[in-house]
Design a binder for this molecule. Structure first.
Ligand SMILES: C[S@@+](CC[C@H](N)C(=O)[O-])C[C@H]1O[C@@H](n2cnc3c(N)ncnc32)[C@H](O)[C@@H]1O
Length: 274
């Protein structure tokens, strides 16, 4: 189990957490696509719409992961750039989309100039930032148009079931001190990030995440999350038994599993006062 970070100052906590995230997501660059990217893909078109991305738009994808949102932006005729903190994710994105540009950087200190992009989007990243308000301020800074964020809704089985399985197995958090992973699953907290900006929009996207087997679902958790996977690693077999029991209500009629999943997409244009 992970103990407290060596440097317990807020700054030390933040850099320990970011290093943990960068290493954890790099380790998952080869497994993220199996199922987790098939969940996050549902946010791509709604995010591009909410950010007003059209042919010719320059778009920054913050926390680009495997780069699939950038590829969808390019398919609209836009000119995307991806930025991510995990080196192996960047390599995987570049291999998957060799014609596109992916650069290393921290969402809280974006390596771009003021107003450099027509639109800036961030899918499932805000919950990974030690200073999420700073991340949003950075997105607003580098955008001359809209910014858009996607986040999981509260309590969805994809994350509730592994959490409950870890609880049942008596497993404690194993990550360095980091941000509250659930904070922005609450609608009001997500919208509060955009308070004071103009043209705020909001929509939800609902779908069933289908998995062919329990192993596929479990592999999605271990290979598509960092903090949850760290929590499960000390007793994976016991936790998996609890997970199997908890997943029973989500068995699909035709075999496999179907997890009802809701994603919230919010967007805004930078206010001239901010
Ligand atoms: C859940 S994945 C989301 C990936 C992709 N946006 C998607 O929708 O599939 C989180 C991503 O955030 C990246 N990340 C975490 N902290 C970051 C930071 N401080 N700056 C930039 N990227 C970060 C990770 O490396 C990882 O690629």
């Amino acid at each position: 189990m992970g103990g407290p970070p060596e440097d317990a100052s807020p700054q030390g906590e933040s850099s320990s957490f970011k290093a943990f995230e960068a290493a954890g997501w790099s380790e998952r660059a080869a497994t993220y696509g199996a199922l987790m990217a098939r969940a996050t893909v549902h946010a791509i078109e709604p995010l591009l719409d909410a950010a007003g991305v059209v042919s010719g738009s320059t778009v920054l994808e913050v926390a680009s992961g495997l780069g699939d949102l950038s590829a969808a932006a390019a398919a609209r005729g836009a000119i995307p750039t991806g930025v991510d903190i995990a080196p192996a994710m960047l390599r995987a994105a570049a291999e998957r989309h060799p014609e596109l540009t992916f650069v290393h950087g921290d969402a809280e200190a974006l390596p771009f100039g003021d107003g450099e992009f027509d639109a800036v989007v961030g899918a499932f990243v805000i919950n990974h930032l030690p200073e999420p308000e700073r991340g949003v301020a950075e997105m607003l800074r580098v955008s001359r148009g809209r910014i858009a964020l996607a986040m999981w809704d509260a309590g969805i089985p994809l994350f509730a079931l592994p959490g409950q399985a870890a609880d049942a197995a008596g497993l404690l958090d194993a990550a360095p001190t980091g941000p509250d992973a659930e904070r922005f699953a609450k609608r009001e907290n997500l919208l509060a990030l955009l308070a004071g900006q103009d043209g705020i929009s909001e929509r939800t996207v609902t779908f069933d995440l289908e998995a062919a087997s329990l192993d596929a679902l479990w592999d999605c958790v271990l290979g598509g999350t960092v903090r949850t996977a760290a929590r499960l690693r000390d007793a994976p077999e016991e936790a998996k038994r609890h997970f199997a029991r908890l997943a029973e209500p989500y068995r699909a009629a035709g075999g496999g599993y179907a997890l009802p999943t809701t994603v919230r997409v919010v967007a805004a244009t930078r206010s001239r006062d901010s």
